[in-house]
Design a protein around this ligand. Structure first.
Ligand code: NAD
Length: 430
């Protein structure tokens, strides 16, 4: 079993490449093979180290990356992750998936990703700002509205994006070729709304995931109302996915975060649960049903137990490699909707396929985030402000179109939804 996300991403690419080559005329095989080989590696890897003065006066050196995978369809685009386990291979994988995702969603961006090896929970707010500024300053030369546009990912948020823009502006202010102010703003997306962010960006990934699932359910002949769901990861993506599913009448029977989860057969109210977690700092103790939180209604579970619950919809919304050869045989869910990037290893994919458990892949399911990032970028460039209703309506159209394309491709090639998404994307990338 591989826990190297980049090797897993390569396996996924190989699986799609095999289908493409099988359907390519003999005379064109060599050319297509060569074109496909371009997708095997990132165009550019930027590795940086930068010093930060910590609150105790000591200087600490941090390490980070920006990987620019492919810009065939537009400027590189992808989030910035702050996590103690960030590796170059993880960032390479995430930037590759961004390349596929932008093509699937139909947004005019390429794929990129950034990461800093840091546990932000160990930092004060001042140190977090200093780490962000250190990283932003280190990669300022290679980013820009028409070059590479970062965004939030795990442990990064709108405030961090605001610091990023500010630091970037300082770096480019003295350049001879002046960059226009709206273009400076468009250097990152996921900014606070008052600082050039888009309404609806905060909710976008979860909202997009819901629209994808809604469109997929229609294609599969499933009604969402009354179904049960378990959601791993109760951060930005997991929370909003839970909220929109709950509003559509899906019972959210389990949610979890890095410290563990809760299982409530009656179904939790995601908003009350999030408020409760905010107050106490923990999910355990937050058994919030209807309009009350009451510990007698459920029990605590581990993240591993959550993945094996007997539910209709399993939503991994935390990190990579959680569904593996070890636990895929025990998954009881009727379908998996990947809101995290890379939660299913290729070995687990194979097991789930054999067990007839469909997987709605990350490159489709969580593409709402980058889609609204594109809307934010467009609003910045054109000095426009769209309402939240406009944003959600456009998002719905993009997600519906992307889902229909993936499902039609799946039908045409009789393959998995993941390979179908890759096929639809690669068609645009060759
Ligand atoms: P976040 O930092 O807001 O939340 C992450 C959540 O995962 C937290 O609740 C955290 O406690 C939990 N978590 C961390 N380690 C865990 C573990 N080992 N087991 C269980 N839970 C764990 O991050 P996010 O932005 O919600 O991102 C979640 C996933 O969605 C990531 O894979 C990310 O790449 C992907 N994603 C995010 C966006 C976006 O717009 N933020 C877009 C597309 C994809």
């Amino acid at each position: 079993m591989s826990t190297n996300a980049f090797l897993n991403a390569q396996t996924q690419l190989e699986q799609a490449s095999t289908v493409i080559l099988k359907n390519t005329k003999e005379s064109k095989q060599k050319k297509v093979e060569q074109q496909l080989s371009v997708l095997k590696n990132p165009a550019r890897i930027v590795a940086v180290t930068f010093p930060v003065t910590m609150d105790d006066g000591n200087l600490k050196i941090f390490e980070g990356f920006r990987v620019q995978y492919n810009d065939k369809l537009g400027p590189y685009k992808g989030g910035i992750r702050f996590h103690q386990n960030v590796t170059l291979d993880e960032v390479k994988a995430l930037s590759f998936w961004m390349t596929i995702k932008c093509a699937v969603a139909g947004v005019p961006f390429g794929g990129g990703k950034g990461g800093v090896i840091v546990d932000p929970k160990q930092l004060s707010q001042t140190e977090l700002e200093a780490v962000t500024r250190g990283y932003a300053g280190s990669i300022a030369d290679v980013v820009g509205a028409y070059k590479d546009v970062p965004a939030p990912d795990v442990n990064t948020n709108p405030t961090i994006m605001e610091w990023f823009v500010d630091e970037y502006e300082k770096k480019v202010k003295n350049q001879k070729s002046k960059i226009k102010s709206n273009e400076r703003l468009a250097v990152v997306t996921g900014k606070p709304v008052k600082k050039g962010g888009s309404l609806g960006r905060e909710q976008a990934t979860g909202k997009g995931g819901f629209f994808v699932l809604e469109a997929a359910a229609k294609k599969m002949g499933i009604t969402l109302k009354g179904k049960t769901a378990a959601i791993q990861g109760f951060g930005n993506v997991g929370f909003y996915m839970a909220k929109y599913l709950y509003e559509a009448g899906v019972k959210i029977v389990a949610v979890s975060d890095s410290k563990g989860g809760i299982y409530v057969p009656e179904g939790v109210n995601p908003e009350l649960t999030a408020e409760c977690k905010q107050k106490s700092g923990y999910l355990s103790g937050c058994y919030c049903v209807g309009s009350v939180c009451d510990v007698s209604r459920g029990k605590t579970i581990t993240n591993e137990e959550l993945l094996k619950l007997d539910v209709d919809i399993l939503v991994p919304a935390a990190l990579e490699n959680v569904l593996t050869a070890q636990n895929a045989t025990e998954v009881k869910a009727k379908m998996v909707v990947e809101m995290a990037n890379g939660p299913t290893t290729p070995e687990a994919d194979e097991i789930l396929l054999k067990r007839n458990i469909p997987v709605i892949p990350d490159v489709l399911a969580n593409s709402g985030g980058v889609t609204v990032s594109y809307f934010e970028w467009e609003q910045n460039i054109n000095a426009e402000h769209w309402t939240q209703e406009q944003v959600f309506e456009k998002l719905k159209q993009y997600m519906k179109k992307a889902t229909n394309t993936v499902f039609n491709t799946q039908k045409k090639y009789q393959t998995t939804y993941r390979t179908a998404a890759f096929l639809a994307a690669i068609e645009k990338l060759l």
